[in-house]
Design a binder for this molecule. Structure first.
Ligand code: HEM
Length: 359
């Protein structure tokens, strides 16, 4: 969620905003985009004024303003038709990724939780598809997309450390990925919120009520007075709490990425929210998953048809990103990263005019 943009700036292409920012968001990227936005707004305002001031035009009332904006839209003749027809271009990569991941996770969970009991025990578990299977897909997609928002920053830092400079353009795939971090983050928040709603709906389901009755009946048959399992109670209290806090932080990140809000923030505030709080959200959602899994990590029966449980798949990438981030915080790395970001170079560049991006 690190980009910062306005609707007016929508005609700007990604290549125009090439930056060689850091993984945690770069002050130059932020500043350049902000000034670009302001310039676009200024241009539009001058344009509107000229149109409204021109002979025959109405005075500057809301109606005429509407019309002026409408003329502006018509002026988009200069924009190529492919650009005009492409809808939500910035969302394509994150949406495609989310869709493919969701499809994979759905089939994976279907095999494990529906087909396996049907084939091996002739148990009909198809009722699990609409809520339980979907709610295995959603959190895995949410946490992976959140990781995708921070993974390019890790690559960028590694590249900068390796090159010893920030004055070199990143590979184009990384540049594109960096420019999609905001969309990855927002999508993660949206899917995470859906996961929360699905999770909170569990006790409302009829299937759950029947199961509860059956468990109670079994307990009576076994003449057990209490079914309280202390560690299970703690497990659930903790992981739900962690989930709620991480979703709340993701909500703050999403609000802070609204252009009018991000424009009202100073660079340091923006950086703090998008980078520091973002990593805290990733850390908490990973902890949420780890506590949810609790002692299932050591349980071999969790492997079905040699397929590991979905929580194992879910935490692999986030742990990797968090580990890398922790390593970069070590003084030996953090000092060098800091120096590079302030403009220091390991070897003097041959010709500074060759620098493609200065940020
Ligand atoms: C109000 C917030 C949240 C609540 C109440 C909540 C609740 C839950 C519940 C009940 C489960 C167990 C699901 C099951 O039994 O299959 C779960 C699992 C999980 N949650 Fe959350 N969660 C929240 C937020 C989040 C967020 C923000 C993320 C990540 C961005 C997340 C990621 C996960 C993951 C990866 C799992 C493990 C799924 C699996 O593989 O089985 N949750 N959560």
């Amino acid at each position: 969620m690190e980009e910062n943009e306005t609707g007016i700036q929508s005609s700007t292409t990604d290549d125009e905003i090439n930056y060689n920012g850091t993984g945690n968001g770069d002050i130059w990227q932020w500043a350049a985009k902000k000034s670009q936005d302001m310039e676009c707004e200024k241009k539009l305002n001058i344009d509107l004024q000229l149109r409204c001031d021109s002979p025959g035009s109405d005075s500057l009332d809301p109606d005429s303003l509407d019309r002026a904006i409408y003329y502006d839209v018509l002026d988009w003749d200069t924009v190529s038709s492919s650009q005009r027809t492409s809808l939500f271009p910035k969302w394509r990569l994150p949406m495609k990724m989310a869709f493919l991941l969701a499809l994979f996770m759905f089939m994976y969970t279907f095999l494990r939780e529906v087909l396996y009991p049907y084939v091996t025990k002739s148990k009909n578990e198809f009722y699990r598809i609409p809520i339980l299977v979907v709610n295995k897909v959603l959190p895995v997609v949410a946490i992976t997309l959140l990781t995708m928002a921070y993974l390019p920053g890790i690559f960028a830092t590694v590249i900068q450390l390796h090159r010893g400079t920030k004055y070199k353009r990143f590979p184009s795939w990384l540049n594109t990925w960096m420019l999609r971090r905001k969309q990855f983050g927002l999508l993660s928040f949206f899917i995470g919120a859906m996961h929360a709603i699905y999770s909170l709906s569990y006790p409302m389901r009829r299937s759950y009520r029947y199961k509860l009755l059956n468990w109670a009946y079994e307990q009576v048959k076994q003449q057990k007075e209490s079914s309280w399992i202390e560690h299970d109670v703690w497990r659930m209290e903790i992981y739900v709490c962690l989930g709620i806090i991480s979703l709340a932080i993701l909500g703050i990140l999403a609000v802070a990425s609204i252009p009018s809000v991000s424009h009202s923030l100073s660079w340091r505030e923006y950086q703090f929210i998008q980078s520091k709080m973002g990593y805290v959200a990733l850390l908490l959602s990973t902890a949420h998953t780890l506590v949810f899994a609790w002692n299932k990590w050591a349980d071999v029966s969790q492997f079905i048809w040699c397929m590991p449980p979905s929580f194992m798949l879910a935490v692999f990438l986030p742990i990797l990103v968090l580990l890398c981030r922790a390593i970069f915080l070590l003084p030996c790395f953090s000092k060098r990263i800091q120096k590079i970001r302030y403009g220091w170079e390991a070897t003097k560049p041959m010709n500074k005019n060759c620098v493609l991006t200065h940020m």
